[in-house]
Each structure stands twice: as C-alpha cells, then as structure tokens.
Write a protein that binds this ligand. Sequence first.
Ligand SMILES: *Cc1c(COP(=O)(O)O)cnc(C)c1O
Length: 464
Amino acid sequence: MLSVRPPSVDSILRAVGDRAGGRDRAAVVAVARSVVAGERGRISSGSRPRSAAELGEAVLATLSDLDGPQAALAAGHTAAAAKSADAGLTPVINATGVLLHTNLGRAAWPAAAIEAARLAASEPSMLELDPETGRRGRRFSAVEDEVMALTGAEAALVTNNNAAAVALAVALAGRGGVAVSRGEAVEIGGGVRIPEIVRRAGAKLVEVGTTNRTRVADFEAVLADGTARVVLRVHPSNFAQTGFVESPDPAELAAAAHRHGAIVIDDLGSGALLDTARFGLAHEPMPSERLQAGADLVTFSGDKLVGGPQAGIIAGRAGLVDKLRRDPLARAMRPDKVILAALAATLRLYRAGVAQAEVPIWRHVCTPAAALAERANRLAKATGGRSTRLDSTVGGGSLPGQTLPSWGIALDGSGAQRLLARLRTGRTAVVGRIVDDAVVLDLRTVEPADDDRLAEAIRAALAG
Ligand SMILES: *Cc1c(COP(=O)(O)O)cnc(C)c1O
C-alpha cells in the first residue's frame, strides 16, 4: 500500500499567503500544524487526501472561527502554546542510521497513532466505562484485544514499559526462585540489570548453566527439586554471542518447565510483529512463536520493533495475566489513555496488513537502498557533500550486529567533531556520526520529506 503524506506545513502556509491578515504568525503556524496532524489521521483512515490549497482554506476557516470575542485570547494562547512546545523537546533529524535510537526517543509513531492520541487527549472517552451497563469496566480493553489477535494469546496487559512488564511478571515467583541462564543475566542498558530486577521483585535469582552454553538439563536440575518455580528467558538484546554457544530450544525448555509445574516467562525485548527475515535481517523472535512454543507469558516493548508508543506488553495465559492485573503494582505501572489509544491504533495497522507502509520503523527498514542512493546523490549535489554507501543498524536492543545497506552524505574536511556539533546545534538540529574522520548523514532514518531541511541544515553548518 502506498503511504500518502499530507502537504507540508510550509506549502499550506504558502497557500494561505497574506490572507491570514494581521494575525500572529506563530498562531497561524500552530493552526496549520494541527490541520496537518488531523489530515494525517483522515488519510490513514482512508479519506481522500486534500491538496495544500484545500488545507490552506481549512486553516483560514479555523482562524476565522477564532475571530469571536475570544479571538485575541485564543490566538495568544495558541501562539504561547506553539512557543512553549518549541521550547521543550528539541526536534532533530535522525541521520545516525540507527533506526531505533534510544537517545532520540526510539520509534516515531504512525500517523494513525498520533491522531488516536490527539483524540484521546482532547475528548472524554469510554476508557473505563462499559457502554452497555453504564458501570465501570476494564480499562480500555480494546488494546488488549488487539494484542491477543496479533499474538494468539489468551489474555494481555499493558504497562508503562517492558522493564515494568518484566518486573511485574517476575513477581509471580513470590519469594521463590527464578531460573535464568548465565548467558542471559544481562544488562539491558542504562544500568538496568536482569538479576537486579528479579531481586527487587522479591524473588530469588537462580543462575543456571554457563555464560556461553546452557542446556535444558541445567534448568531441569533446579526445577526438579523446586529451587525454581519460574523460568525467565531474556533476549540478550544488545549483544550477540558467536562460536561455542548453546541455548535451550524454547519448546523443549517450556515442556521441561511444565513437567515440573513451573512457568516460563519469555522477555522478548523488541517482540517483532513482522518477520524481520523478510527484510534481509536475522529472524527476531515473534511473540506468537514463543507462545506457541509453550511460553506462559511473553513481554515486549511498544516502542522498539512494534514501532508505537513507549509501553510494555504482557501476553499469555489468562490465569496468570489476571493475577498480574490484580497486583497492586500493576496500578503503579499503568499507562495513560493517550498511550493506550496510540498503542491500539499502532497494533490495528498490523492487523490491517498495512504496518510495512504505515509504521515508520518498518517503512525505514523496507526502503530499498537504491532509493536512498538516489536521494544521496541529489543531496550531495545540493550541499557539496559526497554521496556514500553506509550500513544502518536497527538499534533499541534489537538485532545486534545486523545491518541494512544504506546511503548517505559524507562531509570531508578537518574538524569533523566540530561540524557534528554544529549540525546538532543548528536551527534544524541534525544528529549524524563520524566514519573515517568524515561526518556522515545516513538517509535510511531520514523521512524523505525532510531532505530539503536536511540540505539547508548541512549548508548552514558548513558555512558556520
Ligand atoms: C529493551 C529491553 C527491555 C526494557 O524495555 P523498555 O521498554 O525499554 O523498558 C527489557 N528486556 C529486554 C530484553 C530488552 O531488550
């Protein structure tokens, strides 16, 4: 499916021209931005895309709606809001080639998720109200239904992030033992370590096997005598082992755990909902596969390969999920309605079979290298840089060591660090990296619509 983007804010402002009268420019820009956001939602729900001229009229209509006694006040508010939005998080162009860059906020949301979040934030909704009975119902169960449909799980629960999901799930062990392979007792990043999460949950860490080789028999030994009641598998996420290594087959491990009355929690990290092998990458474990292999619960992030908002997703056996739902900690880990709405909208794109076109992370994964080479050539001409072949990485703790062929711009000359800093601090902030003493800007992670702004930023940094 072709992904249609709405016209840019700039082209809409051009269509408005000088017809906005004496209004504050920041207010006009803010209205144009919100018209574009609304248009994205309309497009992703199947409506006919409108031209810049039509959207210009929509901006003028909104502005004239503001022309009541409230006008000055509203325009002032909008301008102030636009300014304060600008003063907060600095937007950047991610030209690092790292698709899920933790320091840049990981996944950018699909347009449908942004629109769903906007609606959830701006209007009351049946978040916890059952429309049939008028009584309190389950909190936004639609998102859980989406998870169940995509993973085949009996039940699902959403937390603030995957670290919370793991901490909550591991607490099922009570004061008992949690068996973890020595090869998987990893640090996730930011100093967060699996052994510490297990201990903080009040459970006892039972290390099994060795750093490089762990077999089902190693787990059997601690399951048979009841030392461990929970088996925790952890995706090693940000590192890969090669050589003399062995880890248990998921199905065999689950069967062994179940023989001894134990449960298996599989922390997948990213939890791909599309098969990464289809895109020339190694196969990343999918939640449905691991549940089919016998895992009782799987956990994964909402903002890694799922490509939506930050969230933790727990999917698996209904009895266990219900137990977690009743845990008082679940309330402390409860996401906001905006996140739940955005996550549900993201997951719906997978169910509709349009994730590849609509979810930015997958759009970036799928872009053919030839298309990137063409853009690199164009940008090289526009900036005086050199078009260069690069390797992008997935990042976000997914697929360590795996790369996608990419293209970008190399800026040669001395003072690469200084140039990199100038790009970072320019009017349009750009984050790149250094390869062989040259600043390189990888286009796989840059939206094509941002190419012109990128060229302008490069020219400004080179001139500065
Ligand atoms: C990233 C990751 C986590 C933490 O997930 P967040 O959503 O960032 O909290 C936990 N486990 C694994 C294996 C991971 O890769």
